[in-house]
Structures are given as C-alpha cells and as structure tokens.
Design a protein. Sequence first.
Lengths: 345, 345
Amino acid sequence: MQRIYVGALIESDLTQLISDLRPSKIAVLTDENTYELCLPFVMNCVGGLEAAEIIQLEAGEATKDLEMAANLYSLLSDYEFGRRDLLINLGGGMISDLGGFVAATYKRGIAFINIPTSLLGMIDASIGGKNGVNLGELKNQVGTITFPGKTFVDPVFLTTLPEYEMLNGFAEAIKHGLIASESLFTSLSALNLNDVSSDLLMEIASVKLQIVEKDPNETGLRKVLNFGHTFGHALEGALMKDHAISHGHAVAIGMLIESKLSFDRGLITQDDWNRIAALLLKHYTIPVMTEEERENFSQLLRNDKKNRDAKVLTCLLTSIGSCIYDQEVDAKEFLKIYDELRASI
Amino acid sequence: MQRIYVGALIESDLTQLISDLRPSKIAVLTDENTYELCLPFVMNCVGGLEAAEIIQLEAGEATKDLEMAANLYSLLSDYEFGRRDLLINLGGGMISDLGGFVAATYKRGIAFINIPTSLLGMIDASIGGKNGVNLGELKNQVGTITFPGKTFVDPVFLTTLPEYEMLNGFAEAIKHGLIASESLFTSLSALNLNDVSSDLLMEIASVKLQIVEKDPNETGLRKVLNFGHTFGHALEGALMKDHAISHGHAVAIGMLIESKLSFDRGLITQDDWNRIAALLLKHYTIPVMTEEERENFSQLLRNDKKNRDAKVLTCLLTSIGSCIYDQEVDAKEFLKIYDELRASI
C-alpha cells in the first residue's frame, strides 16, 4: 500500500531506504526545471546518489507520451538496469506519471520512489499509484496502477514553483475539500498560497490517501476523485492544440460546471453553489472554446475512461464535502451550463 | 488468480462468461494465421461475438513491439473502448503477450481472455499472467504481470500448426518435465507429436500453474521456469538478425547447455545428462554462431532481466524433475560448453 512521508527531506528515511533496497544502479528522472532547482538540494540531503544516472527531460505535458517512454526504456537498457534497480522520480505530475509507468513496465516492473516537487504532485499525482502517458490528445490513455516504494513530500520545493503551477495543484486541493471535507474547503477558501505548511499538505493528501486505501483499483468509491475531471479532461484535450490550459485550470472549470450541474439537479444548496463559484472564480477564469474545440470536446467526452456502455458518467456533489459518482450526463447538458456561466461573467 | 479451461471450446463456459461480463464492445485480436484457421471455428462455437471488432496482425515475433502496441491503443480508442470492454486474444504467444500487455495498460487495464492456438501458448505463454513486447533485440523488455479473466485451451487448434511451431512449444513442455516431473519427462520422451491429448496438455500446463500460484510475482520459486532461458534468450536475440530461430528452439538449446553445466558442476548424473541430451538432440539442432553473433550473445546475456548486481544468474538441474535458481555463470563458461557440444556432433 502507499507509504508517504511529509516533512523535511533531510530528516526522512530516504537514505536508509535506498541502502535497504541495495540497488546496483539508480537513475533519477528530472525535467529541466527540477534538474536545476531541486536536484542539487536532493543530492545534498540524500546519501547514496553519488553514482546515480541523471536523466533530464523537457518540462511539460507534451513530453509524457509513448515515444518518450520508449526512449526511457532504451536508456535504462543502455544502463543495464536490472529488476532490482531503482528509479527516483523527481518532479511534478508529468515526471511521476511517466516515470511511474516506465518503472511499472520496464522488465515487468522495477522499484521506484517519488519525490514530488509541485503542489499537484504532492497532493495528487504521486498518491494512489496511477501512472500513465498520453496518446495524442487522450490524457493518460495508457498506464497502470502501481504503487511507488514510498513518496517523499517536502514543502520546500513549493518555493520553486511559479504561481501558474501552484494554481495547477490548488485545483486538486479544492477538489479534496469539495468531495470529502467541508472544513478543508473552508481552510482553502482563506489560504494564502505563499504559505502552505506540512500540516496542511498532509491534510489535503490524506483525503486522497484514505479514499485510495479503501478502493485501490477504482471499482467504486475512488471514482469520487474524478470530480471535475469528466468536463475537465475533455476541456483540457479540446484546448490542447491552440489554447492550452493547465490540467488544474481545466479541472477547476470542470468542478465549476459539475457543481453547477449538481445545483441544477437540486443536489446542493444555493449557498453551497455560491461558495464554490466564489472560490473557483477567484483563482480561475472560464476559457473560450471555438466551434472546432466544442466539437473536439464532445468527441473527447465520448472517449472518457470513466464511460460505461457508451454512456458519459460524471461525479456530482450532494454538499460541500460529499460526492456521488456514475451520474449520467451528455455533452449538450455540459455545454449548456458552460454557455450560461460564460455569459454570466 | 489464473482460471483455465482445457477441453472442447464448444463445451466451455466462454459464451456465458462473455454474457456475464456485459461488455458493450468486444475486439478479437488475431494474426493472419489464426484469422484464417481458427477464427471461423471460434465464431461458430462461441455466442456473443457477432458484433465484435476483428483485428488482424501480421504473424511473427517482429510484430510484438511498442509500435504495434501503440497502433492497438489507437485502434481501441477509435472503437471507443471503455474500461469494461473486452479483448479476446486468439493466437500463439505473440498474440497473448502483445494483447495481454495492451489490455493491461490501455486505460490502466481492461478485461481480456486468452484462447491460445499454439502449443507454446497453451502450456506456457498464456499461463502466469506475464505479458510483454520486445524492445529491439531485447525480448519482453517491456511488460506487466496481469492475469487474463480466463484462458481457454482447446487441443483442436494444434491441428492447425506446422511441425516447426509444434517443436517451438514442445521445448517448454520438456522444460516442465525437467524442472518438476520426471514422469512427465518420460512421457514426453515417448510422445508422438501428432497426438497430444487434453489430459497431457493439462499435465504439462499444471506444472506452470502450480508454480505460478505459489509465486505470482516471481520473487523466488517461479524463477525455475526460466530454466534454459538464460542461454536461450541471449541465443535467440543474437541470431535474430541473420539466422533467426524460434523461441522454443533457442530454449531447447539453452536447456541443453544449462543441463550440461549442471552435469559439469556435479549436480546431475551421467545417466540424467544422457537422457536429456537424447531427447533434446532428437528434435533440435545446435545452431552455428558467427563471431559477431557471439559478441552479441555476450552483450545480451549481461542485459538479462534475471541478472542482479550485474551478475548473470541461471537455473540449473539437480536431477530430472528438480531445479535450482540464482546460480552464477558467465558468458565464457556458457560459450565453452556450447563449443564443446558443437564439436561433439
């Protein structure tokens, strides 16, 4: 099951863990940002990495595809990586998604450790064992559910993030409040984004940890973590080509639309809806979609991983802090709410 | 865990199983041979496949790579396959390895069923949950361990196989005798390959089933299934470019070399060695390796998935029917035995 440490990396048992695993080879996967901003800190804090191979990828979601996975397989083969060797994923969601997938499938699975450096990575992408790569516009279309050996969350890395990237993760934090904890939602409504403590990170991450522990293979309950993602994923894919927005931004708008749908169906109160809209619209704007992007959106919605019997299924709220899943919806209904909300701002 | 049926397909519960799974879409993965020789039979025996998408691949191990996996992901996406939909792998080891990998990783895993049509598929590739694709010359370098919903073994399909393909599977059958059952080895020494019964198939498959059940993730015991494969895999890879031989042929020669090494180390008797050599050399010849292929062989050996701490590890016999694993060896020792045996024939 998932093992997670939240706190200063230097006080963690990572050095001991590496020594216990006795890998004959270690590789650290970074992107150009974490290579520069995070790797020196990690090399200083953690023992046993002196001889590690450092892999540096181009930052950004576009890197997360099968072609890059193939490059990494070849690289690990060149390093003569065996099944007992270790991959350390140092980065945001892109790095842990891609690195986790490669580790889970190279020689049918090698050990890996995640050190998330983005807010999104810390509270979401690194927890729950999901990994994956994109297939063209289809996000995470290929992947597995495989748990890292352990995840190490040090809030110090948040100081390396631009505001845009903080907001990318903050959307998932808001989601955790909306689906499971009104008190967390209230804390987040008042939060200064420059001041995120280990305690708050633990509280946000715990929502996902608890849900995932109860349902590791997403047979039921875990689906609530998809709140905001039915609309959000399709929106993200539709805009990717010409007007790309971040995953978090797309999910924030997805949560806005799906909350409004919850309200329209009489599931949440006017007051709940007002509080949700206030927090989301304080940080996120509703992007325009062109005609072509609207069509693309509808097409992507039909291909959503959560669909069953060719029906589009979404999560809805029943209050702030409570969520239901497998609710039918269609593209038209979603787009009607989107148009109304666009018109009202 | 693994569910397997051995007997006439028409008397099996496959139709019921499909009906229970309630997939909204089904795809059947075939190669050009099974499309022609096996698919019509399956369509006649099994209900619920009328609307299935039929995918036909080029036969042969060269098809089993990441590029083909990517094509299949795209195809399933085009079919709007969801997580509850079903892939049926109808073919030999190539089809179940590739189809199993794609099913295990498409949208983080969809349901799949194996109908092996080759002897190798029936007694080996379809059992144990291992899947994978090749990375250049590196066999099954990328894959997972994921069990099919069920495997259906009907000996009728063996009548569609050329002798070459029977011998390909027969090597693994001999392996099952050598590592676990002297009585099975004795039966196989006297077998007419045109007359393989359901009962014998069940006996051969049971060896692997029992081992895999005790050790699904290959932490220990399961490694004995790699007997013949340390030398065999490297040989297969080394010859692939210019003098390709079948996997089974390579494993047969691998078993010959590793049995001789067992004898040279005093682990098995002269009589055991004589019996093993007699059966293997009755069906299989020792191929020549060029200088370049010998170098390639040594390089591939160093990259073997079973290695640890950069040491080459192999299985050895302690008698016919008993095997140990994690025994150190090096390329020189292997090649010395290979040269001796080549010279003696």
